[in-house]
Design a protein around this ligand. Structure first.
Ligand SMILES: *[C@@H]1O[C@H](CO)[C@@H](O)[C@H](O)[C@H]1NC(C)=O
Ligand SMILES: *[C@@H]1O[C@H](CO)[C@@H](O)[C@H](O)[C@H]1NC(C)=O
Ligand SMILES: *[C@@H]1O[C@H](CO)[C@@H](O)[C@H](O)[C@H]1NC(C)=O
Ligand SMILES: *[C@@H]1O[C@H](CO)[C@@H](O)[C@H](O)[C@H]1NC(C)=O
Ligand SMILES: *[C@@H]1O[C@H](CO)[C@@H](O)[C@H](O)[C@H]1NC(C)=O
Length: 453
């Protein structure tokens, strides 16, 4: 008798971990990689859809249309953009038939608080959610999009966060239902804050509903940039790593992974814009130098302090301008007289893509591809690095470095401890998992022992 129960316990020891492995992977099926780009509809006058080199992407996002605050359906694009919107998918797919297009439904940048409130109202009401969901599916299908993206920036309360989860649940159910008549199902993604925990916004101390995200989304895009818009010193605006704060791409990605989003559902954002400032003293031009104002408004971004990659490249044609690669943050910067710019140079893009590969992420997205130069140099760099190393055994297990653990713990003070701290945390996590299995096995063992003996 004792032997039988022991055998059963032994079998459970083998089967349980296998069972849990298969459930956690069930949601990670297709696609197997994402090399995405956001195309801003506002950029059509300098970056027409027909100029996009579609072979550099697996997925392209139309960014954006928003929510109608009165009736809670998606708002149709403004009349002058309707022809563009209606032909977006067909134009792109004519040069790359395997490309997938997604429609991003985002907070209206020109009235963000009212727009966020409209998302909040819709998400809180079952009837409005149903209206919204139906309108999104109909609009996507009518215009040949392959998927939908929710870019609500940002849910601002714990109620919003809970409703965000419910919305995803219902959206997924509707999409699956609709796919029975029109397969394949639409993709469903969301574009979210860089970390699973909100550090800014009306309410601090909020977490995203990670279970609903894992369960219902095809993947999640993280806005892993734009950390220091209002800084009064020069700083890397989208560092991969940051010793003294949480505001880094790697911190954010690890926070999502630690919160339980599987890597095969995470897509990391890489910006094609730089952040600029006017220096207080043009001789003090390293990181951490005092600034007096945001940099000049540029044609492409149409915002002060924001410079498109192609506009940066124009400044770099001046041979007296020297780009510094900062190893500790993995960022690049330069100054030209009293203008100072932090940006993602090609080596930075390479390191970020490698970071995504090391962490076995589903992919990356570029924000926005409209800011690239006419040769699509950044998109090409990202795609080349990804494809070159995608199958490399070097990237098969593990990561080079991870930054910081739980939301409130500051990263370690120097790089050499980062990798080992992260390694030991990963070990702790897997031990935790193993412990759970051992506990279950022990319970089963005791159960059988008691009933049989
Ligand atoms: C588009 O990108 C691919 C891949 O890098 C390249 O081979 C091709 O020449 C590019 N096409 C154009 C029109 O630039
Ligand atoms: C810059 O901002 C920080 C934090 O907001 C503040 O503590 C500091 O005094 C400011 N420095 C200057 C020179 O304005
Ligand atoms: C640039 O932004 C201003 C508002 O700041 C707006 O009035 C103008 O239409 C924008 N220009 C373009 C070309 O988008
Ligand atoms: C940057 O850091 C990496 C890893 O710590 C190191 O191998 C490399 O030599 C450094 N490069 C420079 C230019 O300091
Ligand atoms: C694009 O590539 C061509 C050929 O390599 C080069 O002559 C041209 O300067 C490049 N343009 C930009 C904007 O990089």
């Amino acid at each position: 008798m004792g032997q039988i129960s022991f055998t059963l316990a032994f079998i459970s020891l083998i089967i349980l971990p296998l069972a849990s492995l298969s459930t956690s992977q069930r949601h990670c099926t297709s696609p197997d990689q994402v090399r995405a780009g956001y195309w801003f509809s506002s950029s059509n006058h300098y970056s027409p859809v027909s100029s996009i080199n579609t072979s550099l992407y697996t997925h392209l996002y139309y960014y954006y249309i928003t929510i109608d605050p009165v009736v809670s359906t998606v708002a149709l694009p403004p009349p002058d953009q309707v022809p563009l919107f209606a032909t977006f998918s067909a134009t792109l797919k004519s040069s790359n038939p395997s490309l997938k297009t997604l429609l991003s439904i985002a907070t209206d940048e020109h009235q963000s608080s009212a727009s966020n409130a409209a998302f909040s109202t819709m998400a809180a009401d079952p009837n409005l959610r149903a209206t919204f969901i139906t309108s999104t599916i109909e609009l996507a299908r009518a215009n040949a999009f392959d998927g939908l993206d929710l870019a609500w920036q940002l849910p601002a309360s714990s109620i919003d966060m809970a409703n965000f989860g419910i919305l995803l649940e219902e959206w997924r159910a509707r999409i699956d239902e609709e796919a029975q008549n029109a397969s394949p199902p639409l993709l469903l993604t969301a574009t979210a804050y860089f970390s699973n925990h909100l550090f800014e916004g009306p309410t601090d101390n909020l977490d995203y509903p990670t279970d609903a995200i894992s369960k219902n989304l095809d993947w999640l895009n993280t806005l892993s940039f734009g950390f220091h818009k209002n800084s009064n010193i020069t700083t890397a605006d989208a560092p991969l790593s940051e010793k003294a704060s949480h505001f880094s791409a790697s911190y954010g990605i690890i926070s999502w992974l630690d919160a339980g989003i599987p890597p095969c559902k995470l897509v990391m954002g890489v910006p094609l814009y730089g952040r600029s400032w006017f220096l207080k003293n043009k001789v003090k031009n390293g990181i951490g130098a005092p600034v007096v104002a945001s940099g000049p408004k540029q044609k492409m971004s149409n915002q002060t302090g924001m410079m498109a990659y192609s506009e940066i490249e124009e400044l770099l044609t001046d041979t007296s301008v020297v780009v510094t690669y900062d190893n500790s943050t993995v960022s690049a910067y330069f100054s030209s007289s009293n203008l100072w710019v932090s940006f993602n140079s090609l080596p930075v893009v390479e390191e970020k893509i490698k970071f995504a590969l090391y962490n076995r992420l589903l992919g990356y997205f570029l924000w926005p591809i409209s800011f690239d130069n006419s040769n699509c140099t950044v998109s090409k760099q990202a795609s080349d690095v990804w494809l070159k190393y995608y199958d490399s055994p070097y990237f098969k297990d593990g990561y080079l470095f991870r930054q910081a653990a739980a939301p409130f713990e500051l990263p370690p003070l120097d790089d050499s401890t980062t990798a080992s701290a992260a390694g030991s945390r990963a070990k702790q996590a897997s031990l935790k998992g193993l412990n759970r299995h051992l506990h279950l096995c022990l319970l089963l063992f005791l159960f059988f022992y008691q009933t049989i003996v």
